[in-house]
Design a protein around this ligand. Structure first.
Ligand code: S3P
Length: 172
């Protein structure tokens, strides 16, 4: 049976390939909450893909839109499960908004897992700027200390997303 709905939105953070969308979908189903994907919302608002936003307007413009959309989602949508893009939680203002509206969960995965999972989808502009292994390692070094500020940390390793979602449920 599904547990009673949480009083707070659950925000998933973590690197590209950590399983935020896959786990988030299962987690939302398990909790009986709507699933929202911040990247999808950004694309809907912009009327084009993330890649196009990066190409046309640059990363800084993307980050501004990302900050605005996440603040709006957390302020206006009823309780839900929100998967954010890997860079979202790196923004200090976004972290403040997340902290005041939601419980944050870092899905932590190691480099090999991230490489494996991002090899399948190629719609990530940051991974096209060079060798994905080097880029992901750099992002691990830069971002993991900040992701560690999340309320809850769950390992997202080789198990199926349903099991990782169960781990999140147990930790909430
Ligand atoms: C990014 C991650 C992507 C997307 C954009 C930038 C990042 O989302 O927001 O390409 O900075 O890590 P996913 O983590 O869902 O791939």
């Amino acid at each position: 049976h599904a547990p009673a709905p949480l009083p707070r939105t659950v925000v998933l953070v973590g690197l590209m390939g950590a399983g935020k969308s896959a786990v988030g979908r299962r987690l939302a189903a398990r909790l009986g909450l709507p699933f929202v994907d911040a990247d999808t919302e950004i694309e809907a608002a912009a009327g084009c893909s993330i890649e196009e936003i990066f190409q046309r307007d640059g990363e800084t413009a993307f980050r501004q839109g990302e900050r605005r959309i996440i603040a709006r989602l957390l302020g206006e949508r009823p309780v839900h499960v929100l998967a954010t893009g890997g860079g979202a939680f790196m923004d200090a203002e976004t972290r403040l908004v997340v902290r005041s509206h939601a419980v944050s969960v870092w899905l932590r995965a190691d480099l090999e897992m991230l490489l494996h999972r991002t090899a399948r989808r190629s719609n990530r502009p940051l991974l096209k700027q060079g060798d994905p292994r080097e880029i992901l390692q750099r992002l691990i070094d830069l971002r993991y200390p900040v992701y560690a500020e999340a309320d809850i940390i769950v390992d997202s390793d080789e198990r199926p997303p349903e099991q990782t979602a169960e781990r999140v449920v147990a930790a909430l």
